[in-house]
Design a protein around this ligand. Structure first.
Ligand code: ZN
Length: 155
């Protein structure tokens, strides 16, 4: 491996570690008294900012909101728009996969983001996905844009 490639791989690894660490910290603030299933998420913006979220459960189960959506809604309402990565952690073998509702919102608001998932007990073992892999042929606003297989938006 050339030095330039090594440098890129190192930076990428550091970025992943930083985001997964932020997601693990956010996970501690999950409000999951009913299930005990705590999930943490961290979004990385193109400017290098990190916005975190954790799941919040409700006695009315259907109102429960996932960590990914809490982080995304926080970020969007704080005026953040371009996301390069999302880290998600929970005590789950291989890491927790985002649910269908979160995949839909990621396709709409973070189509370019790399999705990194890890078991909170094994934060160095990160699995990576693109949003397009998680939700191919996503439903988007009619006539606005189409997400193609590469995950890039096209007019
Ligand atoms: Zn979800």
């Amino acid at each position: 491996m050339k030095n330039e490639e090594k440098g890129r791989a190192f930076l990428r690894r550091r970025r992943q570690d930083r985001l997964i660490t932020a997601a693990r910290e956010a996970r501690q603030r999950a409000v999951a008294r009913r299930s005990g299933f705590k999930v943490g998420a961290a979004l990385l913006t193109a400017r290098g900012e990190i916005i975190t979220g954790a799941n919040v459960e409700s006695a009315s189960y259907g109102l429960t909101c996932c960590a990914e959506r809490v982080a995304l809604f926080k970020a969007l309402t704080e005026g953040k728009a371009r996301f390069v990565a999302l880290g998600v952690v929970a005590r789950s073998p291989g890491g927790p996969m985002p649910c269908g509702a979160c995949r839909q919102l990621l396709a709409e608001y973070a189509p370019e983001a790399a999705v990194w998932v890890a078991d909170s007990r094994r934060p160095k073992q990160i699995r990576e996905f693109t949003v397009a892999e998680l939700l191919p042929a996503a439903f988007l606003d009619a006539g606005k844009k189409i997400v193609v297989e590469t995950g890039r938006a096209r007019k």
